[in-house]
Design a protein around this ligand. Sequence first.
Ligand SMILES: Nc1ncnc2c1ncn2[C@@H]1O[C@H](COP(=O)(O)OP(=O)(O)OP(=O)(O)O)[C@@H](O)[C@H]1O
Length: 829
Amino acid sequence: MAKTKKKSGQLGLRMGLSDERIPKLFGLLLIFIAIYLTVAFVSYLFTWKIDQDRVLRFSWKLLSEDAASVDNWLGRLGAFLSNFFIYFCFGLPSFILVYFIGRLGLNRLRRAPIRPMANLFVKLMLFTIGAAVLLSFAFGSLTDFPLGGGVGDYLVSHLSGVLGGFGVILLLLLLLGLYLIFEARIDFNGSPLQIRNDVVDHFSEMLRFRGKPRPSASSVRTAPAAPPESKLSAGASRPEGGPTRVLAPGDRSDFEIEGPRTLSEQGVEQVRGDQMEMPLESVGDLTLVSHDPLAVGKDNLTVADGDEGIDTSLAVTEENQNHTEPYDPTLDLPSYESPHLQLLVEFDGGKQEVDRAELEANKDQIIETLLNYKIEITKIRATIGPTVTLYEIVPAPGVRISKIKNLEDDIALSLAALGIRIIAPIPGRGTIGIEVPNKNPQMVSMREVLESEKFRNAKMDLPLALGKTIKNEVLIADLAKMPHLLVAGATGQGKSVGINSIIMSLLYKKHPSQVKLVMIDPKKVELFPYAKLESHFLAFLPGQTEPITTETTKVIHILNSLCIEMDQRYDLLKKAAARNIKEYNEKFVARRLNPEKGHKFLPFIVLIIDEFADLIMTAGKEVEMPIARLAQLSRAVGIHLVIATQRPSVNIITGVIKANFPARIAYKVTAKVDSRTILDAGGADQLIGRGDMLLSNGGDVVRLQGAFVDTPEVEEVINFIGNQRGYVEPYLLPEYNTDEEMAGSGALSYADLDDMFEDAARLIITQQHGSTSMVQRRLKLGYNRAGRIMDQMEQLGIVGPAQGSKPREVLVYDEMELTRFIDDLRNRG
Ligand SMILES: Nc1ncnc2c1ncn2[C@@H]1O[C@H](COP(=O)(O)OP(=O)(O)OP(=O)(O)O)[C@@H](O)[C@H]1O
């Protein structure tokens, strides 16, 4: 019993000081007072003469004097209060104060910011006094009614004594002029009619309650009202010409809210947003295309240039006549089944609600803050994203965006919430964006982005489902076009989850024959579960026991091996007269390239380095240089890099790395300088963590909520793939031996080579015929010398081992490769 009592007390009556119902109660009380005073004042207009004697005689004792009856509709209190305000204080302008009390009541009821009310109070007080003086001065002598009240009469009698009657008029005009210049900021350049309209607009705006704007005289005349949809629509920019209404805190008319989720205004209003249009032109998969589109030759690539000895007829001549069907690389592993979505957890994120009161409060705070900096705005629109809401505002004409940009830090400080980011201007829009975190952020699950139509229909080479934009649009980026990705952010902000979501996207979309992953994980803990994919999706060095590379020396091997792979792929492309991997594979699929001549279907290779800071710290240039070389050149041959670090400092993300990674993802960082290091711009320091990120691609910055995939889900997917039959032979990268290893194993140096070595090698390669007798004959060498040269070629991997009477296999395809080979040897000394 006692328990029940306590419970009902908690639910119904107990209110702490921070209880949100207190301001509402206060608001209601003020509204009641305003209504009471209005009725009392109106009654005073009719009953003042009858009541005044009694009120003046009894003064405040009137309230307790039962015998004294009054005619005021609201009794003795009504008579007393109305006499006090109208007779003793401000006369008719007392109604202005009642208006203020009513508006304050509404403000409290809606729990809007209180500060603008103080501003309004000062203005209205000045007006009340000014109007009282004006009424007393102009009409005081015409009637007994206290038009300007005691204050008006007192000031007029004193002022006219000092300034004279005409002086009082001039003083009033001066005060009005000062107000119009400093507060209303009327532009006196316009026609008298326009000035009048602006003044009318200003005052009607100031006195307006929240709600639909009253059509002002000028707006009716100058422009037909725009349909609601056109207000700040996607392409809206700053209004041109015509008087514009500046918003004040509490205005709701020009506040558009857009979002896919159900909004609730404290249980009163339910709004469901429509499917959204794209907000920022820069958002979307297609615009993530690299700003540096591949142009062979432009990238200093030595391919597809007729002058360099390409036999363009080769592809035709080599047509494989035995097959009429196109080549299908997936048939190498025909039973392979892509992972299904049920392996991932289905989060029920769609039902989360955003409180409309939260939106209104943020909006009012923004308007108020900007007004404090004398920045007026005419429209505001909220777009609710998964974790943040974007308030897109249109500044009033004449407000320079640079001013807002300069005040960015101050404004962010005034708004004071964690994670405010200001985008001034939103590129291509002329509007300003202010992103404010939602109180209840919504998780974006990996499953929902992979399930999305956009991902399922994506026809990209390497589609990455990164997350959702502020518009709740799934963002799919093509790594092949980025063409490399740098991922950075402080520890614990979502980087590892992000890397997993990148890998998951590829595993869900691609067949093992189409993409190979080279994984480097110096921390040893992040990527190790993927080792299970070694005979499906991984590529590594021959003889490597662990398919995921963790040791720095091995990393150097892998990177250099990838450089060799890149060179070999360029050679293949060149032989096939293909400009890039796509063209090459198309030719191969169309069976226009002969596998017996070394041609093969080329899978994309994605190199993933989770934490390259340690590598750069320990190996420096040895790591940085091959990464830079790959990043510069590997795009055309389908090798792409994703490198991540939690140490976004300039000695890790060096100029060389940055120059070659136009696409970057920044998770939350602790300092603005880190954000600059990653993105060349601030902003990442304002993120809120947990997968909140900025994606920058050559200048465009898009804020995303990263897709979340948990470790158990990742393991499920890995097991699903890993338990299937894989390739008999994993995808092996070319061997790479460092100088020391070569020297240690007694490898040849350039000085050891026979003087005729180069000529002999060139001959063998141009003829693609590894015969010692041919070298002997054509170069006029003795048998022993020719044999020694042949052995040297074998040692260097130019020809295969002797095969009895048959010529040796030639392992180098063309002279260019040979030149590079010999140059390398010469450089090593
Ligand atoms: N996209 C996301 N959505 C929701 N929560 C996330 C998301 N990404 C990360 N988180 C939360 O943040 C935590 C840390 O993420 P994560 O491990 O990816 O950070 P990290 O930057 O890789 O940290 P470290 O550098 O220490 O490995 C996760 O355990 C998860 O709770």
